[in-house]
Design a protein around this ligand. Structure first.
Ligand code: PGA
Length: 264
């Protein structure tokens, strides 16, 4: 059995990821201005990967302005279809890559809740992202009701297994998992570092059983849900928390930079 010290040794092998999810906020002009303001504030952040996810319409302009910097750009969603076709309103993963994205977020709880995305849909999007050469940030997380009913682990495990079905061993290093308890998103109610750690360790165990212990040791698992400059350090001290997916506090360059620079 690995002991706690081993857990921290393994953590050192995983490069943390701090990702900002801008949701449906900001015009192209506002997105570019925030990205340009962020760039110098995180230029020395070599300890982690920095990612921002603007709205679709702003991706190309933001990516162009960030070219050559350490700030990566992500789409907030992608189509289930891999190739182009007659799918009004959809954007294919390869089009995100073409616009300058290196990452894509899939299966966010707002997509699951308001746009009825199921695990089979999320799974197709994961595969489309991988086929386009993107890093895929797949979100999982239980609602408050599910937690109160003692179903948090079974819900998360089902989302994890369902969303990642059909992947080959070589796909796994393109996957990042974000654990975002729905009751903590945008509510100001963060999971405690201990609650988050417990679920992250569980996710890593499920991933190890499903795929391999080696792949599980290498998997980055981000926490999301009311992450702020004043709670990031406590979360990052946990053995299985490898970064954060940040909503509200990523909209301002200064507060997002404080989160990125949690080690300062
Ligand atoms: P929040 O959002 O930080 O505003 O809670 C997180 C998310 O939805 O990714």
């Amino acid at each position: 059995m690995p002991n706690e010290a081993d857990g921290f040794d393994l953590k050192l092998m995983r490069k943390p990821v701090i990702a900002g999810n801008w949701k449906m906020y900001k015009t192209v002009g506002d997105s570019v201005a925030t990205a340009v303001a962020l760039k110098p504030l995180v230029a020395n952040a070599n300890h982690c990967e920095v990612v921002i996810a603007p709205v679709f319409t702003a991706l190309k302009s933001v990516a162009d302005r960030l070219e050559g910097s350490n700030v990566h750009v992500a789409g907030q969603d992608c189509a289930t279809e891999v190739s182009e076709g007659a799918f009004t309103g959809e954007v294919a993963a390869f089009m995100l890559a073409d616009a300058g994205c290196s990452h894509v977020i899939v299966g966010h709880s707002e997509r699951r809740q308001y746009f009825l995305e199921t695990d089979p849909i999320v799974s197709k999007k994961v595969q489309a992202g991988i086929a386009a050469g993107l890093m895929v940030i797949m979100c999982v997380g239980e609602t408050l009701d599910q937690r109160d009913q003692g179903k948090a682990q079974s819900v998360v495990s089902e989302q994890l297994v369902g969303g990642l079905s059909g992947l080959t061993a070589s796909d796994l290093d393109r996957i990042i998992v974000a654990y975002e308890p729905v009751w903590a998103i945008g509510t100001g109610r963060t999971a405690t570092p201990e609650q988050a750690q417990e679920m992250h360790a569980f996710i890593r165990r499920v991933f190890a059983e499903r795929h391999s212990p080696g792949a599980a040791d290498a998997l980055r698992i981000l926490y999301g849900g009311s992450v702020k400059p004043d709670n990031i350090a406590g979360l990052m001290k946990q053995a299985d928390i490898d970064g954060a997916l940040v909503g509200g506090a990523s909209l301002k360059a200064e507060s997002f930079a404080e989160i990125v620079n949690y080690n300062k």
